[in-house]
Design a binder for this molecule. Structure first.
Ligand code: NOJ
Length: 746
């Protein structure tokens, strides 16, 4: 039994980190800000807090800029327009404060990387950093200097369309990938003209949306908020993310745009964040339909009290803040605080020194380096889920392949959601890649069978089947069109849409081996399809270079190394299903599925355990799962001690050997579980991972350090505690399989 009065931990490392983020009022930057504030009118201050969408060089826009009534513009893309608007701001407005131009640059500007969920499947932060850096280099050439990314919402709901834009279900994995993206966008120096200010969004718990429906309410107990949804945001503060964006949802009844506790108590007071907090699009006005503001004036009041610095496309601040200040309902000090955060951002971005963007003769898009990194990212983002009889990679004896399915040659769909600026004509599709790169090796017969993912028209199926009959192997590219995931693209059924399952079954009937390649924005419920297919590659939406990446994996030039960043359910009714669940008092055992129950069986309540009659208790594929063309063996788990004090680290190590015949990369995963605590705790939680490359026969020792902070949790009294008692540690290939040992904390 553990001590219930666990000690509250103070972590010197964190304190050091956050202190460096505190603004020191006497620094030269703050002095300059003070000088501005002392000269600005209230109207000009409120102007800085206003962000509007681009309207080119219209009189309305130039007038607002000249009058100092706007602090930031989003969605303006033309470099000359941006420079001209900037010139008006700097030279013609009374205060000469530059504008910030923002845009959603989520997983690429022109060169598109895999969707964030795909990048997370790489379990390689370098992939995420590279993607963000290339996006920054490309987008900043137009004058955009602020991206609304990364999205670091933890989500355990594949129905939610924005799962595509997330890094999945686990707070630690999301934190690592999110920090890598922040690093990539902001570069080494935020003031460099090629850096984008990052925006950690959506603060907070947006991914907990009830029923997976976008914008929906969330109900999140404080300990879950702290243990699951907030860690990526805290990591973003420590990584010096320049801005934060509030979320649309309410948490326990308080929408984030009006949530003082979240935006002030936690973000500012606890974490000492001194970056800028923008609302989401219209999120302040939306306090009215949320039912917590009677009108726009009350919405402005609540958002100002909640510390929202900038109103994105809301008009609440511009229309009402002045009167609210004059009536004393909002203090001018609060306005000054918000403007201080905005001006600090503009100083940090170097906009006062260098407001303009050099218009280039040749746009820096699709460079060799960008395409090569996007190709590599797309390879690492693919997860091999099944490989019966080692059908993959295709060997030389395969002479003819049938390339089938609606995603086989869908240049726009393979790019995925949230890439407004992408040019599908630059996408290389799987069909194009196979035809170009592997034409010497195989004959290709291409028949889509269905023209798009929702296509229910069976007319083309016969042609696809005829193609399959002539081939040695069928490559079936299935999935979802890009528009089926992303914002407001939630689905209540997450099956393969349209007649794709029928097409798969018809292909399988030919008796030819079928490789199913799924390109989608979310986990789909593909239990039936996995059973039909001989091999399954889950590719998410892989971006510009998805085709070459998949071709390389299929033909064995590359070896799959992705692992799932989110649990795949068998049936949508299992959702939410995630590996870090808590045990019930009756954990699943003696599973009788629905068809095992004899007709007329007597009712009883004896021996019942926790599972679904029609799904059992396991997912289709667990978090962290992914196969390779080679095999790995884990052995020799070692702990530096089996008992540690509360202030001590524990070192754990094991040996991983490549026991197959190909070079391969393995994501080695570290989990811990707190066996008895004052609150029921998740059965296990990811605490570390590393991706290693091993030659055939090669072994490597992998070592992790577990810190006291990693073993602590937020208790019922809202304190971060490490409780004494027994813990378990696993090192393994997925959340479901690993070597394990126990240790205790004194
Ligand atoms: C609404 C979305 O929720 C947010 O993620 C995005 O950055 C803004 N719109 C701006 O486009």
């Amino acid at each position: 039994m553990k001590l219930l009065n666990g000690s509250i931990l103070l972590f010197s490392a964190c304190i050091l980190c956050t202190c460096s983020l505190r603004n020191d009022n006497s620094s030269s930057e703050e002095k300059k800000i003070n000088a501005f504030l002392s000269r600005m009118t209230l109207e000009e201050k409120i102007g800085q807090m206003n962000q509007l969408t681009g309207m080119g060089l219209s009189n309305d826009m130039t007038g607002l800029v000249r009058a100092g009534k706007i602090g930031s513009i989003l969605n303006e893309l033309d470099v000359n327009t941006i420079n001209e608007l900037q010139r008006i701001a700097v030279e013609e407005s009374r205060m000469g404060i530059p504008l910030i131009f923002g845009r959603d640059i989520i997983h690429g500007f022109k060169t598109i990387f895999p969707i964030p969920l795909g990048q997370a499947a790489s379990w390689n932060p370098q992939v995420a950093e590279n993607g963000a850096r290339i996006a920054a280099l490309e987008a900043s050439s137009t004058g955009i200097r602020w991206t609304f990314a990364p999205m670091i919402d933890v989500t355990r709901d594949p129905r939610w369309g924005r799962v595509a834009e997330s890094c999945g279900e686990d707070p630690y994995l999301v934190s690592v990938m999110g920090v890598a993206m922040i690093k990539g966008f902001q570069g080494d120096d935020l003031s460099s003209p090629s850096s984008l200010a990052a925006c950690a969004k959506h603060f907070a718990a947006y991914g907990a949306t009830e029923s997976g429906k976008d914008y929906n309410t969330t109900w999140v107990p404080e300990s879950q908020l702290r243990d699951v949804f907030l860690p990526p945001f805290k990591a973003a503060v420590e990584a010096q993310a320049a801005t934060f964006m509030c979320s649309f949802n309410d948490i326990n009844g308080i929408p984030s745009a009006a949530n003082e506790y979240l935006n002030k108590n936690i973000l500012r007071d606890e974490w000492h964040y001194d970056g800028m907090l923008v609302s989401d699009w219209g999120a302040i006005d939306q306090l009215i339909p949320h039912g917590i503001a009677a009108d726009l004036k009350e919405a402005a009041l609540k958002a100002a009290h909640a510390g929202i610095d900038m109103d994105m496309m809301g008009y609440a601040y511009t229309n009402h803040l002045e009167a609210l200040v004059q009536s004393g309902a909002v203090s001018e000090k609060a306005i000054d605080e918000a403007v201080r955060n905005i001006l600090r951002l503009k100083f940090r971005m170097g906009l006062f020194d260098n407001p303009y963007t050099t218009a280039l003769d040749t746009a820096p898009y699709y460079s060799e380096d960008a395409l090569q990194k996007a190709h590599h990212a797309a390879i690492e983002s693919v997860v091999l889920l099944k490989n019966k009889n080692n059908v993959l990679p295709l060997l030389d004896k395969i002479k003819t392949v049938a390339v089938v399915g609606p995603l086989s040659d869908a240049p726009a769909d393979q790019l995925g959601t949230w890439c407004f600026d992408a040019e599908p004509q630059h996408s290389i599709t799987p069909l194009a890649a196979i035809q170009h790169e592997y034409a010497q090796q195989v004959k290709v017969i291409a028949k889509k069978g269905l023209t798009y993912s929702r296509d229910k028209n069976p007319q083309g199926i016969a042609q696809a089947v005829a193609a399959a009959q002539q081939a040695d192997v069928v490559l079936f590219f299935a999935g979802e069109e890009a528009v089926l995931s992303g914002e407001a693209r939630s689905r209540a059924s997450i099956h393969l849409p349209g007649a794709q399952t029928d097409l798969l079954k018809a292909l399988k009937k030919t008796g030819k081996p079928v490789v199913l390649i799924v390109m989608a924005g979310r986990p789909l419920t593909i239990q039936e399809e996995v059973a039909e297919a001989d091999a399954v590659l889950y590719a998410f939406h892989g971006g510009t270079m998805a085709g070459p990446a998949l071709a390389d994996l299929i033909f064995g030039k590359a070896v799959p190394s992705g692992k799932l960043p989110i649990t795949f359910p068998r049936l949508v009714g299992q959702v939410p299903i995630y590996y870090a669940h808590k045990n019930t008092g009756r954990p699943a055992s003696n599973i009788d599925l629905i068809d095992d129950i004899p007709v007329g069986a007597a009712q009883t309540s004896i021996g019942f355990t926790s599972y679904h009659l029609d799904a059992g208790d396991s997912p289709l594929f667990p978090f962290g799962f992914g196969l390779s063309y080679t095999t790995f063996e884990y052995s020799d788990l070692q702990l530096s001690s089996t008992t540690i004090n509360k202030n001590e680290n524990l070192s754990v190590a094991c040996t991983v050997k490549n026991t197959g015949s190909r070079e391969g990369a393995e994501v080695v995963q570290l989990y811990t579980g707190d066996l008895v605590a004052s609150l029921a705790r998740p059965v296990k939680e990811l605490k570390g991972f590393t991706k290693i490359i091993l030659q055939p026969g090669e072994s490597k020792e992998v070592r992790f350090t577990i810190t006291p902070e990693q073993l602590s949790f937020w208790n019922h009294d809202n304190q971060l505690v490490l409780e004494s008692g027994d813990f378990r540690v696993w090192i393994g290939e997925s959340s479901a399989k690993g070597l394990e040992a126990n240790f205790s904390v004194k």
